[in-house]
Design a binder for this molecule. Structure first.
Ligand code: IVH
Length: 704
């Protein structure tokens, strides 16, 4: 018999038996939300709803202290998952794929490859086309044929050691068989749970009161991150091999050859993989797999196209975190209908006010959706959406659900939403619309309060501690909100003075913390007192300075002092500093203007100085120290004959050089092909080393 719903009874009205049942339910529910929030980045309830659950738990515990459970949420900080795994540094980073959503995107992808490799139109490019499995990627390291480490992807550079759990999968060999196995092999691929196994598992879990998963991907992830390998063993997980990391020797020179080698070594590869020789064949493959999607026993969310020739893959290399030689062609988003219960405003890091539709919960593609973005006031007007309307929504991959349109208006009850003219924060600061380049009113409404606006300040702090920024263990969004509310952390520098101030704060006595977690937190903060320059710049959360830009700036200036000085000069209107920055690869006017604005604000400069005094900012890594052009600035001009301009640029960067767009005092080499014009003249005038393409190849010691 299903247990009675007690969630509407006030804590003080519960009798002891009911309180016990409620604490059990709350422990399970909060743990599930923590997991979605911290480990899957996919919360299904709002922060306020989450806080209400925790408060209810605390209120019941206060009334019945002897009923506090060993697994009570009040004994844990945020997720702090029971299972802690050792960290594994991936020898070769595990990267992700760029997405194509339309046929035109696929044509562009091929066009880019042709241009990059400068292939004539009639030169055939063979692709390996495979389903994109919706599971979780892992890396298996074999040394002298023996499986030594199995790790999750993590953030791409550092994953979690789940070797013992992976060894329970029947699709993962403990030894690689066969003659001439390379000494080091890292086999990568996707762990997944079949749809049938997922449904059966959820049924079992529901019957036994265990955790019920939203979709097969979550259940595969949950099953793999078990502390007890026996639990993993009881969960039917499969594995398809499709990529590799470090290899001491390559057993093949094509993607398909590697797949063949995977199979002969005892792995499974996806049986639907097909070689395609034209864009039409790729698109045909996409259509065919999409039609078969529902009949497959595992979830897929698109197909992946990979250039088959590995020498071409190597030449194409990577841009940011994605290979140029592969793309994921996604299936169209899944859609559903539901009712808009309310519209709320969220204030982001840059002060942008985003209206969010609060929805009647609905399942879209296996995930419960309760919120959807409405972007801005214009979008609300365009859609004509009112509170109470039935709308069509869609979820595309990891993208936040969107409202597509109103399906049915509620004749009565539905009422129009009035976009606020003041920020919902306690300051009620005026909201200002952005201006477009032509001076017209833009779509984005922003709170003008900056750091004085608590929403913006908190979002800034959340960004600061996020995974790709300072990444402080045990300091997630929930803790930041708490610390901010209590006035303990108002700006980044405060994080580093927290321990010294703890005499007065006494964090260990705050609900949800304890001696151990506080000690761990301070250790995690201390561990981040050294930070690579590119992470530091990214963590500042300056508009238009994302990860790629931060890396480009870090490489360009090498050290914090140089970058900081350049920005301060920029803020004072120094033209030379501006030109120098402009000459850096990937840095344009938008970034320069944004940096200038940021460093023109005295309070920003002070915040940064306070922060910089607390940490040691490590100089940017030089990617290839032995390379003769590492750290040099190179300008390519004129027509190149052996490689395309893009390829030349990528190659120089791989070798640690900076590629600039114009010649300046800082230029070390100008590589000039036929037809080089003013840049060559300027180089000669400035006495810069001018090389032919052949001389460049001779210098760097690569093929010519
Ligand atoms: S190739 C350099 N092939 O998709 C990247 N990835 O968005 C090599 N995935 O993290 C990845 N099926 O988890 C590749 N057949 C397939 C895949 C696949 C699923 C996942 C993988 C990756 C993500 C990229």
């Amino acid at each position: 018999m299903p247990s009675k719903d007690l969630s509407h009874i006030a804590p003080e009205a519960l009798d002891e038996r009911q309180a016990k049942a409620e604490l059990k339910r709350l422990a399970a529910e909060i743990a599930a939300h923590d997991k979605r929030y911290y480990q899957e980045d996919a919360p299904t309830i709002s922060d306020a709803e989450y806080d209400a659950l925790r408060q209810r738990n605390a209120a019941i515990e206060a009334r019945y202290p002897h009923l506090v459970r060993p697994d009570s949420p009040s004994r844990r900080v945020g997720a702090a998952p029971a299972a802690k795994f050792a960290k594994v540094h991936h020898a070769v980073p595990m990267l992700s794929l760029d997405n194509a959503f339309s046929d035109a995107d696929v044509r562009d992808f091929i066009g880019r490859i042709r241009r990059f490799l400068r292939l004539p139109e009639d030169e055939e490019i063979v692709f390996s086309a495979e389903p994109k499995i919706d599971g979780l990627s892992i890396s298996l390291r074999y040394e002298v044929g023996e499986l030594v480490t199995g790790a999750t992807r993590g953030d791409g550079s550092v994953g979690e050691d789940v070797t013992a759990n992976l060894k329970t999968l029947k699709d993962i060999p403990h030894r690689i068989a066969g003659k001439g196995v390379p000494e080091i092999c890292e086999v990568r691929g996707e762990v997944y749970m079949s749809k049938q196994a997922f449904l059966a598992l959820n049924k079992r879990q529901a019957e036994t009161g265990g955790q019920v998963f939203a979709n097969p991907r979550n259940s595969a992830a949950g099953s793999l991150r078990q502390k007890d390998p026996l639990i993993t063993a009881s969960r039917p997980l499969g594995f398809f091999a499709y990529a590799w990391g470090e290899m001491s020797r390559m057993p093949a020179d094509t993607q398909s050859g590697m797949a063949h080698w995977f199979r002969s070594s005892g792995f499974k590869t996806n049986p639907l993989t097909k070689m395609c020789r034209s864009v039409d064949e790729l698109l045909e493959f996409h259509r065919k797999i999409e039609a078969e999607r529902a009949t497959l026993d595992y979830d897929i969310d698109g197909v992946v196209y990979k250039v088959d020739r590995l020498d071409w893959q190597r030449r194409l290399g990577f841009v940011s975190r994605n290979p140029r030689w592969a793309i994921a062609h996604k299936f169209p988003a899944e859609k559903a209908m539901t009712i808009v219960k309310d519209i709320e405003i969220q204030v982001g890091r840059t002060g942008a006010l985003t209206p969010v539709a609060k929805l009647e919960p609905v399942t879209v593609g296996g995930v419960v959706v309760q919120n959807a973005t409405l972007h801005n006031a214009d979008e609300i007007a365009r859609l004509g959406v009112r509170i109470g309307d039935t709308v069509r929504i869609q979820r595309a991959g990891d993208v936040i659900p969107q409202v597509l349109g109103v399906v049915e208006e509620r004749p009565r009850g539905a009422h129009a939403y009035r976009f606020p003219t003041r920020c919902p924060c306690h300051l009620h600061t005026e909201v200002v619309r952005d201006k477009t380049a032509t001076g017209e009113e833009g779509a984005v409404a922003r709170c003008s309060g900056e750091f004085a606006c608590p929403f913006q300040a908190v979002e800034h702090l959340k960004h600061f501690v996020s995974r790709r920024a300072f990444d402080i263990d045990g300091l997630g969004e929930k803790q930041i909100e708490l610390f901010y509310q209590r006035g303990w952390v108002k700006e980044p520098a405060d994080i580093f003075t927290l321990e010294a101030r703890n005499k007065h704060i006494r964090l260990q006595e705050v609900e949800g913390f304890g001696e151990v977690s506080v000690r761990n937190l301070f250790a995690a903060i201390a561990a981040r007192r050294e930070i690579p320059l590119e992470r530091f710049i990214y963590a500042l959360g300056i508009r238009h300075v994302g990860e790629t830009t931060a890396t480009a700036l870090a490489r360009g200036y090498g050290a914090w002092a140089a970058f900081h000085e350049a920005c301060r000069k920029l803020a004072k209107g120094d033209e030379e500093a501006k030109e120098e920055m402009d000459a850096l690869d990937q840095i344009g006017d938008t970034v320069i203007e944004s940096l200038r604005d940021y460093f023109s604000e005295a309070h920003n400069v002070r915040r940064i100085e306070r922060l910089a005094a607390e940490v040691r900012i490590l100089d940017a890594e030089k990617p290839a120290r032995e390379s003769p052009v590492a750290g040099k600035t190179v300008v390519f001009t004129g027509a190149l004959e052996k490689m395309t301009r893009d390829e030349a640029k990528a190659m120089a960067e791989r070798l640690g050089a900076k590629v600039a767009g114009s010649v300046s005092r800082k230029t070390d080499y100008v590589v000039a092909g036929p037809g080089a014009g003013s840049k060559l003249d300027k180089a000669r005038e400035a006495g810069v080393n001018v090389l032919t393409e052949e001389e460049w190849f001779a210098l760097v010691g690569e093929r010519g």
